[in-house]
Design a protein around this ligand. Structure first.
Ligand SMILES: [Zn+2]
Length: 130
């Protein structure tokens, strides 16, 4: 049987609590800046484009495409780390899971999956081919 890779538990803070609560409910959130209207990720209090703190949460579709990826084959349990571009246009650093790493392609369509972590911590959003 294949070894399961252990996924590090996230540590929510006041800036990210809503994000992790949503992940626990199976939803992927992104931030929308109400000052400049742009979307961004990872979650943070200040907009990275205009530094406004007038942000709000938006539920993402959970659909994305591979922008770039790298397969870590020397790890005890090999894994694929990737930048994916969400349908909403935001790029996110994540892992691609539950698939044949040799079949991955730039531009491939993905959907979000939430992977459990240790000790009752929130699950982590990752992506798998559609
Ligand atoms: Zn902004």
């Amino acid at each position: 049987m294949a070894k399961e890779r252990k996924i590090a538990a996230p540590h929510p803070n006041p800036e990210t609590q809503a994000y992790w609560d949503a992940a626990a409910a199976g939803k992927l959130l992104i931030r929308k800046c109400e000052a400049c209207g742009r979307l961004h990720h990872y979650p943070r209090a200040l907009c990275p484009f205009c530094f406004s703190d007038a942000g709000s949460w938006q539920t993402a579709s959970g659909r994305a495409k591979i922008y770039s990826y790298s397969v870590m084959r020397r790890a005890e349990v090999p894994y694929a780390i990737a930048y994916v571009t969400l349908d909403e246009g935001v790029t996110m650093l994540t892992n691609i899971v539950d698939c044949d790493f040799d079949a991955l392609k730039i531009g491939q369509s993905l959907r979000v999956v939430f992977k459990p972590t240790a000790d009752g911590a929130p699950p982590v959003p990752m992506f798998t081919p559609e």
